[in-house]
Design a protein around this ligand. Structure first.
Ligand SMILES: Nc1ncnc2c1ncn2[C@@H]1O[C@H](COP(=O)(O)OP(=O)(O)OP(=O)(O)O)[C@@H](O)[C@H]1O
Length: 240
């Protein structure tokens, strides 16, 4: 993993996505800087997953653009995404990582060492030989993180990484996110867990109906929300 100096900031300029007559992302213009994780929050259907897909290059905006640090070509940026329900190959945990290392062009001779490092990083050092699909939900989510990290990403996108996990499993994922962020990887994650946003966010973006309502450092967002919508959302009131 490396410090993503050349890859950041990510500049979103007027990103708009429509599906028929419905606007899913509405002129999103934001700067996502290096540093602690950026946390995307907002009600169901606000557009969080779609925005992560745009940043990953999996969805093309109908209007607007994404630029990355000093790159002219976004394909030069090493990005990885972990979806809410990751799908593992029907093989050992080790083999799932070997597959990802192979896809990332890592020579086979380096696989054993890299697999051991990745498993240790996510606390699965003793699970390598287990069938991936037999691991618990929390373990599978950690393996999915390891698989994403096999690409040595500068930017790691996580879509509700702890959505169906209990507090202990959530804590272990958050510990991994912190460790990865400390190594210089820019993490951008979506969550419905406001406590998680407070615990790991360097800055918070509140989305609603395809737009960004507020984007502030975490402390300022929670203590001095600027908009009525943010105040309501923090207070647990319904944003409809
Ligand atoms: N391919 C598509 N075609 C039509 N509508 C779509 C498409 N993808 C997403 N949408 C709609 O766009 C809106 C935003 O969806 P998105 O999944 O990005 O929201 P979200 O904030 O991640 O929601 P959640 O918190 O429920 O996961 C939703 O109303 C969704 O139904």
């Amino acid at each position: 993993m490396r410090a993503p100096d050349a890859d950041l900031p990510i500049i979103l300029s007027g990103i708009t996505i429509k599906a028929g007559r419905v606007t899913i992302l509405d002129r999103v213009t934001q700067v996502i800087a290096a540093g602690a994780p950026t946390v995307l929050i907002g009600p169901n259907g606000a557009g969080k997953t779609t925005l992560l897909r745009v940043i990953m290059g999996l969805a093309q905006p109908d209007a607007g653009s994404v630029t990355w640090g000093s790159h002219n070509d976004a394909s030069q940026v090493r990005r990885a995404i972990v979806f809410q329900r990751p799908v593992m190959l029907r093989r050992q945990a080790n083999s799932n990582l070997a597959y990802a290392l192979n896809a990332a062009g890592v020579p086979r001779s380096q696989h054993p060492q890299r697999i051991a490092e990745l498993l240790a990083l996510v606390g699965l050092a003793d699970r390598g030989a287990r069938p991936a699909r037999k691991l618990s939900g929390g373990e599978q989510q950690r393996l999915a993180l390891a698989r994403a990290l096999a690409r040595d990403p500068a930017v790691l996108l996580l879509d509700e990484p702890t959505a169906s996990l209990d507090p202990a499993a959530t804590k272990s994922i958050e510990d991994i996110i912190r460790a990865v962020a400390r190594r210089g990887v820019k993490v951008i994650l979506s969550t419905h867990d406001l406590g998680q946003a407070r615990r790991i966010g360097g800055d918070v973006m509140l989305m609603h109906r395809g737009g960004i309502i507020e984007h502030e450092p975490t402390d300022a967002f929670f203590t001095q929300p600027k908009t009525e919508q943010a105040r309501k959302f923090i207070a647990g009131e319904l944003l409809v």
